[in-house]
Design a protein around this ligand. Structure first.
Ligand code: ZN
Length: 158
């Protein structure tokens, strides 16, 4: 490819091909050594947006509340509802819907706290783990009426 004419043809063919490239490119002429230099705008972001979408679990934050954090929040809201029912002298048997990760925590580290809560308010707590529930999401229902008394957390199932 020594001939200047052939080099020009290569340059032209490359430039034509690059017109279809959405990234900004700049092609310099072929040097005496036969090297072609070109620059191309970085397109990692748009490539990322084509190949990936925002995480539906954390909505792109990169973090979700830990089972510990969700458990603490849940206990606080549950206690409030139990106290309220107690004051109003209403029978209240809560059904709590949670993610499997939170269920795991409630069954182990927090089992004692929950059984104490049950004894204190003389009630029975029922927990239901939903496989696809967002890890931050939970709902407290009245198991008699099915009424949702509190629900929070998570982009989905909130
Ligand atoms: Zn995520």
């Amino acid at each position: 490819m020594k001939s200047r004419k052939h080099q020009k043809q290569v340059e032209k063919a490359l430039k034509t091909a690059l017109k279809r490239d959405r990234a900004r490119t700049n092609v310099l002429s072929i040097s005496e050594l036969g090297l072609l230099e070109m620059s191309r705008q970085r397109q990692e972001e748009s490539l990322l947006s084509q190949l990936a979408s925002t995480c539906p679990i954390c909505s792109g934050h990169g973090h979700v509340k830990s089972p510990l954090a969700v458990s603490i929040e849940l206990q606080r809201n549950l206690t409030t509802l139990l106290k309220q029912a107690d004051i109003e002298k209403k029978p209240f048997v809560p059904k709590i819907v949670i993610s499997p990760a939170v269920m795991q925590r409630l069954r182990t580290e927090d089992a004692k706290i929950l059984s104490e809560l049950q004894d204190t308010f003389n009630t029975k707590l029922t927990f239901v783990a939903e496989l696809h529930r967002h890890p931050e999401s939970y709902a407290i229902l009245d198991s008699e009426t099915g009424q949702v008394l509190h629900s929070s957390g998570g982009a989905k199932n909130a």
